[in-house]
Design a protein around this ligand. Structure first.
Ligand code: GDP
Length: 309
Protein backbone atom coordinates (compact mmCIF):
# COMPACT_ATOMS: atom_id res chain seq x y z
CA UNK A 1 0.00 0.00 0.00
CA UNK A 2 1.06 3.62 -0.58
CA UNK A 3 3.60 2.70 -3.25
CA UNK A 4 2.13 5.00 -5.87
CA UNK A 5 1.51 7.78 -3.33
CA UNK A 6 5.11 7.43 -2.18
CA UNK A 7 6.39 7.58 -5.75
CA UNK A 8 4.31 10.62 -6.60
CA UNK A 9 5.28 12.50 -3.47
CA UNK A 10 8.93 11.69 -4.00
CA UNK A 11 8.59 12.89 -7.60
CA UNK A 12 6.99 16.20 -6.67
CA UNK A 13 9.47 16.92 -3.90
CA UNK A 14 12.40 16.04 -6.16
CA UNK A 15 11.65 19.05 -8.35
CA UNK A 16 12.62 21.30 -5.47
CA UNK A 17 16.09 19.90 -5.14
CA UNK A 18 18.92 22.12 -6.21
CA UNK A 19 16.89 25.27 -5.77
CA UNK A 20 18.66 27.82 -3.60
CA UNK A 21 15.50 29.65 -2.63
CA UNK A 22 11.88 28.71 -3.10
CA UNK A 23 9.56 31.28 -4.59
CA UNK A 24 5.87 31.40 -3.76
CA UNK A 25 5.27 29.95 -7.21
CA UNK A 26 7.60 26.99 -6.47
CA UNK A 27 5.65 26.26 -3.30
CA UNK A 28 2.30 26.57 -5.08
CA UNK A 29 3.52 24.18 -7.77
CA UNK A 30 4.71 21.53 -5.32
CA UNK A 31 1.50 21.86 -3.31
CA UNK A 32 -0.53 21.28 -6.46
CA UNK A 33 1.42 18.09 -7.08
CA UNK A 34 1.00 16.91 -3.49
CA UNK A 35 -2.73 17.66 -3.66
CA UNK A 36 -3.13 15.56 -6.78
CA UNK A 37 -1.08 12.72 -5.29
CA UNK A 38 -3.28 12.64 -2.18
CA UNK A 39 -6.54 12.82 -4.13
CA UNK A 40 -5.37 10.01 -6.38
CA UNK A 41 -4.63 7.95 -3.26
CA UNK A 42 -8.30 8.42 -2.25
CA UNK A 43 -7.61 10.71 0.69
CA UNK A 44 -10.85 12.54 1.62
CA UNK A 45 -11.13 16.00 0.08
CA UNK A 46 -11.52 18.02 3.32
CA UNK A 47 -8.44 16.29 4.71
CA UNK A 48 -6.46 17.10 1.55
CA UNK A 49 -7.59 20.74 1.66
CA UNK A 50 -6.57 21.42 5.23
CA UNK A 51 -3.32 19.48 4.76
CA UNK A 52 -2.33 21.57 1.73
CA UNK A 53 -3.31 24.83 3.42
CA UNK A 54 -1.06 24.03 6.37
CA UNK A 55 1.86 23.00 4.17
CA UNK A 56 1.57 26.17 2.11
CA UNK A 57 1.39 28.44 5.13
CA UNK A 58 4.31 26.78 6.83
CA UNK A 59 6.46 26.53 3.69
CA UNK A 60 5.91 30.17 2.80
CA UNK A 61 6.60 31.30 6.33
CA UNK A 62 9.53 28.94 6.86
CA UNK A 63 12.57 30.57 8.33
CA UNK A 64 15.79 30.15 6.44
CA UNK A 65 17.63 27.43 8.22
CA UNK A 66 21.35 26.95 8.07
CA UNK A 67 21.00 23.20 8.47
CA UNK A 68 18.40 22.54 5.80
CA UNK A 69 18.13 23.69 2.22
CA UNK A 70 14.69 24.85 1.07
CA UNK A 71 13.77 21.49 -0.43
CA UNK A 72 14.70 19.66 2.75
CA UNK A 73 12.66 22.15 4.69
CA UNK A 74 9.55 21.42 2.63
CA UNK A 75 10.11 17.66 3.04
CA UNK A 76 10.38 18.19 6.79
CA UNK A 77 7.13 20.16 6.86
CA UNK A 78 5.31 17.55 4.75
CA UNK A 79 6.63 14.82 7.04
CA UNK A 80 5.50 16.64 10.19
CA UNK A 81 2.05 17.32 8.75
CA UNK A 82 1.69 13.69 7.66
CA UNK A 83 2.55 12.56 11.19
CA UNK A 84 -0.07 15.07 12.37
CA UNK A 85 -2.91 13.73 10.22
CA UNK A 86 -1.97 10.22 11.27
CA UNK A 87 -2.46 11.22 14.90
CA UNK A 88 0.91 12.48 16.13
CA UNK A 89 1.67 10.33 19.13
CA UNK A 90 1.19 6.57 19.30
CA UNK A 91 -1.94 5.88 21.33
CA UNK A 92 -1.80 2.80 23.56
CA UNK A 93 -4.62 0.78 25.06
CA UNK A 94 -5.84 2.17 28.35
CA UNK A 95 -6.22 -0.73 30.72
CA UNK A 96 -8.94 -0.55 33.36
CA UNK A 97 -7.85 0.01 36.97
CA UNK A 98 -10.18 -2.79 37.98
CA UNK A 99 -9.84 -5.69 35.56
CA UNK A 100 -11.16 -6.97 33.32
CA UNK A 101 -10.43 -4.36 30.68
CA UNK A 102 -13.16 -4.70 28.07
CA UNK A 103 -12.25 -4.19 24.42
CA UNK A 104 -15.12 -4.28 21.96
CA UNK A 105 -14.52 -4.72 18.24
CA UNK A 106 -16.89 -3.15 15.73
CA UNK A 107 -16.85 -2.84 11.95
CA UNK A 108 -18.28 -4.10 8.71
CA UNK A 109 -18.40 -7.79 7.90
CA UNK A 110 -15.13 -8.84 6.32
CA UNK A 111 -13.19 -5.91 7.79
CA UNK A 112 -11.06 -8.36 9.75
CA UNK A 113 -12.60 -8.26 13.24
CA UNK A 114 -12.38 -11.96 14.02
CA UNK A 115 -8.84 -12.18 12.68
CA UNK A 116 -7.97 -9.13 14.75
CA UNK A 117 -9.45 -10.71 17.88
CA UNK A 118 -6.86 -13.49 17.56
CA UNK A 119 -4.04 -11.06 16.85
CA UNK A 120 -4.93 -8.85 19.79
CA UNK A 121 -5.20 -11.89 22.06
CA UNK A 122 -1.73 -13.06 21.06
CA UNK A 123 -0.29 -9.55 21.40
CA UNK A 124 -1.82 -9.24 24.88
CA UNK A 125 -0.60 -12.67 25.92
CA UNK A 126 2.91 -11.75 24.81
CA UNK A 127 2.66 -8.94 27.35
CA UNK A 128 1.55 -11.27 30.10
CA UNK A 129 -2.13 -10.42 29.94
CA UNK A 130 -4.79 -13.10 30.15
CA UNK A 131 -7.36 -12.32 27.43
CA UNK A 132 -10.75 -13.97 27.07
CA UNK A 133 -12.35 -13.84 23.63
CA UNK A 134 -16.12 -13.53 23.65
CA UNK A 135 -18.04 -14.59 20.55
CA UNK A 136 -20.86 -12.11 19.99
CA UNK A 137 -20.91 -12.38 16.21
CA UNK A 138 -23.88 -14.70 16.09
CA UNK A 139 -25.03 -13.42 12.72
CA UNK A 140 -22.53 -14.82 10.30
CA UNK A 141 -22.61 -18.61 10.00
CA UNK A 142 -19.23 -19.92 11.07
CA UNK A 143 -18.12 -16.79 12.92
CA UNK A 144 -18.16 -18.54 16.31
CA UNK A 145 -16.10 -21.47 15.12
CA UNK A 146 -13.76 -19.08 13.27
CA UNK A 147 -13.18 -17.25 16.56
CA UNK A 148 -12.56 -20.58 18.25
CA UNK A 149 -9.94 -21.41 15.64
CA UNK A 150 -8.12 -18.06 15.93
CA UNK A 151 -8.37 -18.29 19.73
CA UNK A 152 -6.77 -21.71 19.66
CA UNK A 153 -3.99 -20.45 17.41
CA UNK A 154 -3.38 -17.54 19.76
CA UNK A 155 -3.51 -19.86 22.78
CA UNK A 156 -6.44 -17.86 24.20
CA UNK A 157 -9.70 -19.06 25.73
CA UNK A 158 -12.91 -18.37 23.82
CA UNK A 159 -16.27 -17.89 25.50
CA UNK A 160 -19.12 -18.78 23.16
CA UNK A 161 -22.72 -19.89 23.46
CA UNK A 162 -22.76 -23.67 23.49
CA UNK A 163 -24.16 -25.33 20.41
CA UNK A 164 -27.67 -26.47 21.24
CA UNK A 165 -28.31 -23.86 23.93
CA UNK A 166 -30.48 -20.94 23.15
CA UNK A 167 -29.76 -18.03 25.42
CA UNK A 168 -32.13 -15.52 23.91
CA UNK A 169 -35.05 -17.80 23.06
CA UNK A 170 -35.98 -19.30 19.71
CA UNK A 171 -34.22 -22.32 18.31
CA UNK A 172 -32.61 -23.82 15.27
CA UNK A 173 -30.26 -26.69 14.46
CA UNK A 174 -27.31 -25.26 16.38
CA UNK A 175 -29.12 -22.88 18.63
CA UNK A 176 -26.29 -20.40 18.16
CA UNK A 177 -27.97 -17.86 15.92
CA UNK A 178 -30.94 -17.78 18.27
CA UNK A 179 -28.76 -16.58 21.15
CA UNK A 180 -28.82 -12.93 22.10
CA UNK A 181 -25.37 -11.37 21.58
CA UNK A 182 -25.97 -8.87 24.40
CA UNK A 183 -26.59 -11.75 26.83
CA UNK A 184 -23.52 -13.57 25.56
CA UNK A 185 -21.44 -10.41 26.09
CA UNK A 186 -22.74 -10.02 29.66
CA UNK A 187 -22.13 -13.68 30.42
CA UNK A 188 -18.63 -13.42 28.92
CA UNK A 189 -17.70 -10.58 31.25
CA UNK A 190 -19.05 -12.49 34.25
CA UNK A 191 -16.96 -15.49 33.14
CA UNK A 192 -13.85 -13.27 32.91
CA UNK A 193 -14.45 -11.95 36.42
CA UNK A 194 -15.01 -15.43 37.85
CA UNK A 195 -11.98 -16.94 36.20
CA UNK A 196 -9.69 -13.92 36.52
CA UNK A 197 -9.07 -13.07 32.89
CA UNK A 198 -7.75 -9.51 32.86
CA UNK A 199 -8.88 -8.49 29.36
CA UNK A 200 -12.10 -9.33 27.54
CA UNK A 201 -12.18 -8.99 23.75
CA UNK A 202 -15.75 -8.85 22.45
CA UNK A 203 -16.14 -9.81 18.78
CA UNK A 204 -19.36 -8.39 17.32
CA UNK A 205 -21.36 -8.97 14.15
CA UNK A 206 -20.81 -6.86 11.06
CA UNK A 207 -22.94 -6.52 7.96
CA UNK A 208 -21.83 -5.91 4.43
CA UNK A 209 -23.19 -2.39 4.62
CA UNK A 210 -24.24 -0.07 7.39
CA UNK A 211 -27.63 -1.00 8.76
CA UNK A 212 -29.63 0.18 11.70
CA UNK A 213 -30.19 -3.23 13.21
CA UNK A 214 -26.46 -3.83 13.27
CA UNK A 215 -25.81 -0.46 14.89
CA UNK A 216 -28.53 -1.05 17.48
CA UNK A 217 -27.08 -4.46 18.32
CA UNK A 218 -23.54 -3.08 18.64
CA UNK A 219 -24.85 -0.22 20.80
CA UNK A 220 -26.68 -2.77 22.97
CA UNK A 221 -23.47 -4.74 23.48
CA UNK A 222 -21.66 -1.47 24.26
CA UNK A 223 -24.25 -0.53 26.89
CA UNK A 224 -24.15 -3.98 28.46
CA UNK A 225 -20.37 -4.26 28.59
CA UNK A 226 -19.29 -0.62 29.10
CA UNK A 227 -16.09 -1.17 27.12
CA UNK A 228 -12.89 0.58 28.14
CA UNK A 229 -11.92 0.64 24.47
CA UNK A 230 -14.14 0.27 21.43
CA UNK A 231 -12.02 -0.39 18.37
CA UNK A 232 -13.45 0.35 14.95
CA UNK A 233 -11.94 -2.14 12.53
CA UNK A 234 -11.47 -0.60 9.10
CA UNK A 235 -10.42 -2.41 5.93
CA UNK A 236 -7.97 0.03 4.35
CA UNK A 237 -8.78 -1.44 0.94
CA UNK A 238 -12.34 -0.07 0.81
CA UNK A 239 -11.19 3.32 -0.44
CA UNK A 240 -13.54 6.29 -0.45
CA UNK A 241 -16.28 4.45 1.48
CA UNK A 242 -14.02 4.33 4.52
CA UNK A 243 -14.88 7.83 5.62
CA UNK A 244 -18.67 7.43 5.53
CA UNK A 245 -18.43 4.00 7.18
CA UNK A 246 -16.27 5.41 9.97
CA UNK A 247 -18.67 8.29 10.48
CA UNK A 248 -21.66 5.95 10.63
CA UNK A 249 -19.96 3.81 13.30
CA UNK A 250 -18.89 6.90 15.19
CA UNK A 251 -22.49 8.14 15.26
CA UNK A 252 -24.11 4.75 15.85
CA UNK A 253 -21.78 3.11 18.34
CA UNK A 254 -18.91 5.48 19.03
CA UNK A 255 -15.34 4.26 19.25
CA UNK A 256 -12.15 5.17 21.04
CA UNK A 257 -9.69 4.00 18.41
CA UNK A 258 -9.28 2.62 14.92
CA UNK A 259 -7.56 -0.53 13.71
CA UNK A 260 -6.55 -0.44 10.07
CA UNK A 261 -6.51 -3.84 8.42
CA UNK A 262 -5.23 -5.14 5.09
CA UNK A 263 -2.47 -2.56 4.90
CA UNK A 264 -0.57 -5.23 2.98
CA UNK A 265 -2.99 -4.80 0.05
CA UNK A 266 -2.20 -2.79 -3.02
CA UNK A 267 -5.10 -0.36 -2.76
CA UNK A 268 -4.48 3.34 -2.64
CA UNK A 269 -4.72 3.69 1.11
CA UNK A 270 -6.49 7.03 1.45
CA UNK A 271 -8.62 5.57 4.25
CA UNK A 272 -5.57 5.34 6.42
CA UNK A 273 -4.79 8.97 5.84
CA UNK A 274 -8.32 10.29 6.30
CA UNK A 275 -9.86 8.42 9.20
CA UNK A 276 -8.08 10.16 12.06
CA UNK A 277 -8.89 13.66 10.81
CA UNK A 278 -12.46 12.80 9.94
CA UNK A 279 -13.39 10.98 13.15
CA UNK A 280 -10.99 12.59 15.61
CA UNK A 281 -10.11 9.11 16.87
CA UNK A 282 -6.57 7.74 16.78
CA UNK A 283 -5.39 4.81 14.71
CA UNK A 284 -4.14 2.42 17.38
CA UNK A 285 -3.16 -0.76 15.56
CA UNK A 286 -2.31 -1.88 12.04
CA UNK A 287 -2.86 -5.27 10.53
CA UNK A 288 -0.73 -6.28 7.58
CA UNK A 289 -1.66 -9.85 6.71
CA UNK A 290 -3.68 -12.91 7.62
CA UNK A 291 -1.20 -14.42 10.07
CA UNK A 292 -1.39 -13.75 13.81
CA UNK A 293 1.91 -11.98 13.85
CA UNK A 294 1.03 -9.60 10.97
CA UNK A 295 0.00 -6.97 13.47
CA UNK A 296 1.50 -4.10 15.40
CA UNK A 297 0.84 -0.95 17.33
CA UNK A 298 0.38 1.92 14.88
CA UNK A 299 3.17 4.49 14.88
CA UNK A 300 2.23 7.68 12.98
CA UNK A 301 5.87 8.73 12.56
CA UNK A 302 6.93 5.39 11.08
CA UNK A 303 4.00 5.38 8.70
CA UNK A 304 4.79 8.93 7.56
CA UNK A 305 8.43 7.97 6.94
CA UNK A 306 7.29 4.96 4.97
CA UNK A 307 5.04 7.10 2.81
CA UNK A 308 7.75 9.68 2.20
CA UNK A 309 10.24 6.90 1.41
P1 GDP B 1 -14.81 -10.14 10.05
O1 GDP B 1 -15.99 -10.50 9.21
O2 GDP B 1 -14.75 -8.66 10.30
O3 GDP B 1 -14.70 -10.93 11.31
O4 GDP B 1 -13.51 -10.43 9.15
P2 GDP B 1 -12.51 -11.66 9.18
O5 GDP B 1 -11.61 -11.59 10.37
O6 GDP B 1 -13.24 -12.91 8.95
O7 GDP B 1 -11.59 -11.31 7.92
C1 GDP B 1 -12.09 -11.31 6.59
C2 GDP B 1 -10.99 -11.79 5.65
O8 GDP B 1 -9.93 -10.86 5.63
C3 GDP B 1 -10.39 -13.13 6.06
O9 GDP B 1 -10.14 -13.88 4.90
C4 GDP B 1 -9.06 -12.72 6.72
O10 GDP B 1 -8.08 -13.73 6.61
C5 GDP B 1 -8.68 -11.50 5.92
N1 GDP B 1 -7.84 -10.55 6.65
C6 GDP B 1 -8.03 -10.04 7.89
N2 GDP B 1 -7.05 -9.14 8.19
C7 GDP B 1 -6.23 -9.09 7.12
C8 GDP B 1 -5.05 -8.33 6.79
O11 GDP B 1 -4.53 -7.50 7.56
N3 GDP B 1 -4.50 -8.55 5.56
C9 GDP B 1 -5.04 -9.44 4.68
N4 GDP B 1 -4.42 -9.57 3.50
N5 GDP B 1 -6.14 -10.15 4.94
C10 GDP B 1 -6.74 -9.98 6.13
Amino acid sequence: MFESLSDRLAGSLKDLRGKGRLSGADIDAVCREIRLALLEADVALPVVRSFITRIKERAKGAEVSAALNPAQQVVKIVNEELVGILGGETRRIEFAKNPPTVIMLAGLQGSGKTTLAGKLAKWLKDQNHTPLLVACDLQRPGAVSQLQIVGERAGATVYAPHPGTSIGGGDNALGITAADPVEVARAGIAEAKNKHFDVVIVDTAGRLGIDEELMAQAAGIRDATQPDETLFVLDAMIGQDAVSTAQAFQDGVGFTGVVLTKLDGDARGGAALSVREVTGRPIMFASTGEKLEDFDVFHPDRMASRILG
